[in-house]
Ligand binder design. Structure first.
Ligand SMILES: Cc1ncc(C[n+]2csc(CCOP(=O)(O)OP(=O)(O)O)c2C)c(N)n1
Ligand SMILES: CC(=O)[C@@H](O)[C@H](O)COP(=O)(O)O
Ligand SMILES: [Mg+2]
Length: 643
């Protein structure tokens, strides 16, 4: 839908246009930019509150910096809508996150203003430091490098690894800490408390005013400005402040906290900071959702609210006339509470996604047994391992793509020590509009190769519950992983009594003659649809839901390969090394000769779009399955080949 930008914003295509305005017009530009984001996101969807919170920061940065020569790195990038609009993408912003449209995150291939591809958090300081060191090496002393990182993203280990390194590099790096006291859910942990202390402490506020006073004089100080500023700073900071400021102790010069919505002040401070070399941190206090009252009030709900009425604030829901299947995440959340009520050893862990994975249900019901550990996937895994050493049974829920961060912890801290940690991988498979950074593409492949690991995937809600139930019973000596996708399952009536599932045992969904379809997980429901249509057309595929990629149901596979010479495997994950590869290995190891077609994500970057669009593009939705079955069945008559 075409949305009209305000009169000033419509004159701005690039930061060079923005620079033509006077400073006293910037407030109006911010107003129009904020409104434009509201107008477009309300009808298109996407991340919302974070971008509203950095409108002033975005305008100030592009006003002061010489982008794209100066390098501006957004952390996570879910807050970069204003940046996109000001850097050549206003006219295509209505395609944000839509199939074939622009990405919801900064992306190097999309614009030279997007200096670094993001989506996963906490990478900005490392990336900006790399750029700063490269500039230093190349003698580009006039170049600025700015990382904008949120208080939530700052909790991750990699952010501190970067600060640790950045503090001793004499490169031109400015870290802007966008502190709104929020992650997706309220931010957690001691760092958050520390930042709140800084923001409210009298001594820091006095320091902030002193620094502002110094900065305001900088232009009057002449050629020795830096030396003079350093001296004054040293004297006003005093030993106490230096020792007690975390960032100062890491050798970053700390400025702030300042009001991140005061555009005039921001422009001034950023201009002044440009003249101060070396590693610096500017602490900005902002309000997530700023300018949209409901979002300011319920920041979690408005992190990514879906479509909404921008006047009433009503979030639009699809109207349905019959009970709908629940989201898998909610089945996980409710089942956790049920299981934990029966077994006092069970604990729940999430790195910063309590509402995303629905562990918040358990956090409310059993606050001493469910933990949001902040954006800290590696810690979440090793913390779970620690719990497991003491006889507890941790269920560590991590989105599949974020689990990529913690691979070593899974191998080294859990699997090698045979610790019984249950990994629940939400958003496994095509994630949808978040795109390639968020697709849960690789987990089957990267978990399948780990010794002692069980790799499972439910085809529906009941199986998810039963796998979760089974995982606590099976102290097989090692981790048990359960992967399931974003979105809804298929069973409106899902709350059934628990039943143990034999580890490594699949189930036959339907018998057939022409060909065997082997599926893993929820995508099996596409095969069910395909089989119905194929049956109606006179084809008779058999369908097996393997449930486990490791251990494989070897008995079932012997049955399949003895009976069928044509086999299709289907998984919502990468083909290379995944479930289909496991079946191929089985066939090769047992010398079965069969035509095996593997469907799943190809060895390519799968862009963003709706799940169904991407399943179609990758060729493993019901239509594609029907097509493949017909191709294979028609190609040659079926016969069983053994040996
Ligand atoms: C490695 C990783 N873990 C989790 C997420 C999910 N996530 C995206 S934004 C976000 C909150 C970030 O908080 P903050 O950096 O403070 O930004 P804000 O939304 O408050 O502006 C989280 C947890 C992610 N993108 N990457
Ligand atoms: C930016 C980010 O990483 C999250 O906000 C992510 O988009 C959440 O995804 P879900 O909507 O699937 O919870
Ligand atoms: Mg935040």
């Amino acid at each position: 839908m075409e949305v009209q930008a305000g009169p000033l914003l419509s004159q701005i295509n690039y930061p060079s246009d923005l620079k033509k305005f006077n400073e006293d017009q910037l407030e109006e530009i911010c107003k129009e930019l904020r409104q434009y984001i509201i107008d477009v996101v309300s009808v298109n969807g996407g991340h919302f509150a974070a971008s509203l919170g950095v409108v002033e920061l975005t305008v100030a940065l592009h006003y002061v910096l010489n982008t794209p020569y100066d390098q501006l790195v957004w952390d996570v990038g879910h807050q970069a809508y204003g940046h996109k609009i000001l850097t050549g993408r206003r006219n295509v912003f209505h395609t944000n996150r839509i199939y074939n449209g622009i990405s919801g995150f900064p992306k190097r291939s999309e614009s030279e203003y997007d200096t670094f591809g993001v989506g996963h958090s906490s990478t900005s300081i490392s990336a900006a430091l790399g750029m700063a060191v490269a500039s230093h090496y190349k003698g580009e002393t006039d170049r600025q490098h700015v990382a904008v990182i949120g208080d939530g993203a700052m909790t991750a280990g990699i952010a501190f690894e970067a600060l640790n390194h950045g503090g001793i590099e004499n490169s031109n790096l400015l870290v802007i800490l966008n502190d709104n006291c929020m992650s997706i859910d309220p931010n957690v942990g001691a760092l958050k408390e520390y930042l709140t202390d800084i923001t409210t402490s009298k001594s820091y506020n006095r320091f902030r005013d002193d620094v502002s006073a110094v900065l305001s004089k900088i232009s009057e100080l002449g050629p020795n400005a830096h030396e003079i500023v350093k001296k004054i700073e040293k004297s006003i900071k005093g030993t106490l402040l230096k020792k007690s400021n975390l960032f100062e102790s890491l050798k970053f010069r700390y400025f702030g906290p300042i009001d991140g919505h005061d555009i005039e002040h921001l422009v001034k401070v950023l201009n002044d900071l440009k003249d101060i070399p070396g590693p610096k941190i500017l602490h900005c206090v902002t309000i997530k959702g700023k300018g949209f009252a409901l979002a300011e009030k319920d920041q979690t709900k408005w992190h990514a609210p879906g479509l909404f009425d921008k006047i009433t604030g009503e979030i639009k829901k699809t109207v349905v006339d019959k009970p709908q299947p629940p989201k898998y995440q909610d089945v996980f959340g409710h089942t956790m509470v049920e299981l934990a009520e029966q077994n006092d050893k069970i604990m729940g862990i999430t790195p910063a996604m309590p509402s995303g994975c629905s562990l918040n249900i358990m956090m409310r019901a059993m606050p001493n047994r469910a933990f949001d550990v902040g954006i800290a996937e590696q810690h979440a895994v090793t913390f779970s391992a620690g719990l497991a050493t003491q006889g507890l049974i941790p269920y560590c829920n991590i989105y599949s793509s974020f689990m990529q961060r913690a691979f070593d912890q899974v191998v080294h801290d859990v699997a090698l020590q045979k610790l019984p940690v249950v990994f629940c991988l939400d958003r496994a498979g095509i994630a949808g509009a978040d795109g390639p950074t968020h697709h849960g593409a690789y987990d089957i492949a990267f978990f399948r190769c780990i010794p002692n690991m069980i790799v499972s995937a439910p085809m529906n809600e009941e199986e998810l519950r039963n796998l979760m139930y089974t995982a606590q019973l099976k102290h097989h000596g090692g981790p048990f992983s359960i992967r399931y996708p974003r979105g809804n399952g298929v069973m409106p009536d899902w709350k059934r009594p628990f039943k143990e599932i034999e580890v490594g045992k699949g189930r036959k969904i339907c018998d057939g003659e022409d060909i065997a379809i082997l599926t893993l997980g929820h995508i099996g429901n596409e095969a069910v649809k395909a089989c119905l249509e194929l049956n109606a057309e006179g084809y008779h595929p058999a369908h097996y839901d393997l449930r486990f990629a490791k251990p494989l149901d070897e008995r079932m596979l012997h049955e399949v390969f003895s009976k069928f010479s044509k086999v299709i495997t289907i998984e919502d994950g990468c083909i290379q090394g995944g479930f289909g590869s496991a079946v191929l290995e089985f066939a090769a190891d047992h010398k079965y000769k069969a035509e095996i077609k593997r469907l799943g994500m190809p060895d390519a970057v799968i862009e963003h779009g709706e799940q169904a669009e991407l399943w179609d593009e990758c060729g493993y939705d019901a239509h594609a399955i029907i097509y493949e079955v017909k191709q294979m069945v028609m190609a040659r008559p079926t016969k069983s080949l053994v040996g």
